[in-house]
Every structure is written in structure tokens, then in C-alpha cells.
Design a protein around this ligand. Structure first.
Ligand SMILES: O=C(O)CCC(=O)C(=O)O
Ligand SMILES: [Fe+2]
Length: 341
């Protein structure tokens, strides 16, 4: 209860600070993701202000924020990050790039073949007619971004800027679990997949289900959307929360690899995308997924009498490979089935 209360207070404080600085546009989009609690309207998800100059390692703000992030990841599996590492111009460019990318003929888009599952082009699928996705693997390197020549600069700049946020969050999670000394080697072995996602508005009487419920197979996922919302996440208490966040902010979400690494402490939340039945606008999401190029394994420090080891060490890409098998797709608890002890 105390924890919930402090998260609540913290969120209110952050939210109020945010309001005082926000433009009207941001404010309107923020208010919509609030829920009514008593007579107060507050966001359900933790909002972390990464633009705060006091957020530097070693300070009390840093350590209390690390703690807040850990609690948020354990209960919701995600939080919202206010982050100014991606300039307004770069945000515009990346959505412009998405627009151009999806306008390419299907014959061109299907050339986006990547050998790893769920890394390349998906689209024209009868069960998810609204959705299309395109991926750029090794997105922070030149070779990776080169596969779509005209998108090199934008994709790479965006990925590198968001990677900074990812790295900061990794440091904070590791530190909060008392294993900060491993964060550098973890980050050194991380690769990034950038995916451009498009959801067209549903036509009359068409399904609004734009992306079915799933957990991410990444370590962390960082999402950035245009002004069209639709993401819903299922919290630890099984409540579905509509995530509406200002276009300038980011959703940081834990994937199954983070859940495994934390020995089942972090929630890798189920989430889905539902389009507004009456909406007319196309939704774009730019998603940066982090993957480990070394084994995902629970640090010894996170195993004790009360928390016996839950998952065996595994190669991250093998989790993806398992996910595309029949058993993997059917599994209701993929980590348990894939690497459960
Ligand atoms: O579009 C979104 O907000 C979510 C996309 C997503 O969940 C995914 O690509 O794994
Ligand atoms: Fe996802």
C-alpha cells in the first residue's frame, strides 16, 4: 500500500511539474490517459522526467527514481519517459520517414527480409488487416540502417538518441536491483532493432483490433507514437490500461528477456493496439527493441532462498526462434515453457 501510495504521490508531483511546463497541446493529450481516483485525475502510469537536470547518478533524485522505475516495472511493466534527446525536427523526420516507407509498393516492402523472426516486413495479414511493420536490425550501426538508403540518417539518429534513454533506464534498473556493476557489460552486448509500425484507421464495420495481445520478446522496448493513440497494457493486477502519451514522450516497456533476467520480478506486460472505431487518422509507432547478443541469465544476486532460480540461461535469439514454433505460438507462458527451471 505504501509503495502504491508513494508511486501515486510521485506521479502526481511529476505530473504537476510537467503541467507547469507543458504546452496546451501536450496537456490535452496527457489528460486523456488519466483515470479518476476520488475526485483527482491522475495518470495511472509512472511518468519519469529525464529532462530533469537533477537526475544524475549519485544524487538522491537518481536513487529514488531508480526505485520508482523498479516498482513501476514490477507492477505495470512500463512507464512513460519525458525525454528531450530526440529533437522535434528528428521526431518529425522519423514520422515522415515512416510515411514514405509504407508508401513504397508492397513488392519493395517485402524485400525487407531479415533472417530473425519478427524483424522484417509484416503486412497484408487477413487477421490483422490494419497493421504493417518494417524493421531495421542493428539500427544504431551504419550497415543496419543502410538497407533503406534514404532512411539511413533519420533511422540511425533516432535509434542512437533513443538508445541513450534505453541505456539510462538499464543503468537505473540494474542499480536498483543492486547489480549496477553488470550494466556496462550488458549494454556492450546489446543490439537494437528499429521497427516502423503503421496502423490505418478501420473502415466501417471493420475490426478495430490492430495488434493482438502479446508480450515483447525484447529486453526493453521503447515506443514513440504520433498523436494517434491505441496502445493498451495489462498491469500486474490484470487491469487493462490505455496508454495515451504525448507525442514528444516515450513508453518504456519491459520484454520477456528483462522478466527472465530479473528472475521473474519485472512484469513483461501483455499489450495490444486497438484503433478508435470512429478514428480517421493513421497511427504510426516507431519502436526500438533491445536484444542481447550474449546469454540472458539471472545474476546470482537475484537468486536466494526466497527467490529460487526460475529461468535457465538462454541465447536471446533462441527465444525468438522458439516463439515462431507451434509450441511457442501456443504457449501462454513462454518463458516457463522455453527456459523454466
Ligand atoms: O504500436 C504500438 O504502440 C505497440 C507495438 C507493439 O506492441 C510491438 O510492435 O510489439
Ligand atoms: Fe509489443
Amino acid at each position: 500500500m505504501l509503495i502504491i501510495f508513494s508511486v501515486y504521490i510521485y506521479t502526481v508531483i511529476r505530473f504537476q511539474r510537467y503541467i507547469t511546463r507543458s504546452t496546451h497541446h501536450h496537456l490535452t493529450s496527457l489528460i486523456t490517459y488519466n483515470s479518476t481516483m476520488g475526485s483527482l485525475t491522475i495518470p495511472k502510469l509512472l511518468v519519469v522526467d529525464f529532462t530533469n537536470d537533477n537526475l544524475t547518478p549519485g544524487t538522491t533524485t537518481w536513487s529514488s527514481t531508480c526505485n520508482d522505475i523498479r516498482v513501476a516495472l514490477e507492477n505495470h511493466g512500463c512507464f512513460i519517459a519525458l525525454y528531450n534527446g530526440v529533437s522535434t525536427k528528428l521526431q518529425e523526420s522519423v514520422f515522415q520517414a515512416a510515411d514514405e516507407l509504407f508508401d513504397l509498393p508492397t513488392e519493395t516492402k517485402i524485400k525487407n527480409i531479415v533472417s530473425k523472426p519478427y524483424h522484417g516486413y509484416v503486412g497484408q495479414m487477413p487477421i490483422v488487416p490494419l497493421h504493417e511493420g518494417l524493421g531495421i536490425d542493428y539500427a544504431t550501426d551504419h550497415e543496419g540502417a543502410q538497407s533503406f538508403t534514404n532512411l539511413i540518417e533519420t533511422s540511425m539518429l533516432f535509434s542512437r538518441a533513443v538508445k541513450e534513454l534505453e541505456n539510462m533506464v538499464i543503468k537505473m534498473i540494474f542499480e536498483s536491483y543492486g547489480v549496477g556493476k553488470y550494466s556496462d557489460s550488458h549494454m556492450d552486448s546489446t543490439t537494437y532493432l528499429l521497427r516502423y509500425l503503421k496502423y490505418r484507421a478501420p473502415e466501417m464495420n471493420e475490426t478495430t483490433m490492430a495488434f493482438p495481445s502479446h508480450t515483447d520478446k525484447s529486453f526493453l522496448t521503447i515506443l514513440h507514437q504520433n498523436q494517434v493513440s491505441g496502445l493498451e497494457i495489462r498491469a500486474r493486477n490484470e487491469e487493462w490500461i490505455s496508454v495515451e502519451y504525448p507525442p514528444s514522450s516515450f513508453v518504456v516497456m519491459a520484454g520477456d528477456a528483462c522478466k527472465a533476467w530479473s528472475n521473474d520480478r519485472v512484469l513483461s506486460p501483455n499489450h495490444k493496439v486497438t484503433m478508435d472505431k470512429h478514428g480517421k487518422e493513421t497511427r504510426y509507432t516507431i519502436a526500438l527493441f533491445s536484444f542481447l547478443s550474449k546469454k540472458v541469465e539471472v545474476p546470482d544476486e537475484l537468486v536466494d532462498y526466497e527467490h529460487p532460480l526460475k529461468f535457465k540461461a538462454f541465447d536471446h535469439v533462441d527465444l525468438l526462434n522458439y516463439y515462431v514454433t507451434e509450441n511457442g505460438r501456443k504457449s501462454q507462458n513462454i518463458l516457463q515453457d522455453f527456459c523454466g527451471v
